[in-house]
Design a protein around this ligand. Structure first.
Ligand code: FE
Length: 203
């Protein structure tokens, strides 16, 4: 069974209320963990004890198809939220080789921030600054759902959730203000730690 991670920061973010963080972590994130575990159990049962359901596999509709489709939605829902919470709880003060390298790649850190925030306005679900192991480069990718738009071979470092549940209670329809505050609350120490771990890995 996958065990949910605790919230990695104390509440009290700038702009993003404790209520939003509680609902986001305790209800929505934990909900994805529970669904991930439920699906995992059903798939294990089919793999080990129900060959008839493997024989019935069908791309238009079958139980296996429904479970596999739900699996990527739930698992990515778990992982993306963990990267998202890991990105929060800081002061927004850039530190470490991640900040230095982003400034190199994008010309300046301001250029990166402007681009990342604009991606937050263009996506319907997720913005991911990741280490693209195929390119050996930092890249920003976006997705409209947990299992859409992701790039396999890219390891997430800074992840921004732009689903309305992440900001609507606090900002209404003003997503731009939420995205601004995400950067203000960015935990550069935490995301730099991820970068230090993954940047040596090239495919
Ligand atoms: Fe979310």
């Amino acid at each position: 069974m996958y065990q949910p991670q605790l919230l990695p920061f104390k509440k009290g973010l700038k702009g993003i209320s404790d209520k939003t963080v509680s609902i986001h972590h305790d209800k929505l994130y934990i909900g994805y963990v529970n669904k991930r575990n439920e699906i995992h159990n059903k798939l294990s049962e089919i793999e080990h004890n129900d060959p008839g359901k493997l024989d019935a596999a069908n791309q238009t509709f079958s139980e296996l198809r429904a479970l596999k489709d739900g699996e990527t939605f739930a698992v990515n829902g778990v992982y993306l939220h963990e990267y998202y919470f890991n990105s929060l709880g800081g002061t927004g003060t850039p530190v470490g080789s991640l900040a230095t390298d982003l400034a190199k790649v994008y010309g300046s850190l301001d250029n990166f921030t402007r681009y990342f925030k604009a991606c937050g306005m263009s996506a319907r679900g997720w913005v991911v600054l990741g280490w693209d192991t195929h390119l050996g480069e930092l890249r920003v990718y976006t997705g409209d759902a947990h299992n859409q738009g992701g790039v396999w071979g890219c390891i997430p470092i800074i992840v921004l959730d732009v689903y309305e549940h992440a900001y609507f209670i606090d900002y209404g329809a003003d997503r731009k203000a939420y995205v601004e505050d995400f950067m203000v609350n960015l935990n550069w120490d935490a995301v730099n730690e991820v970068y230090e771990k993954v940047k040596a890995f090239n495919r």
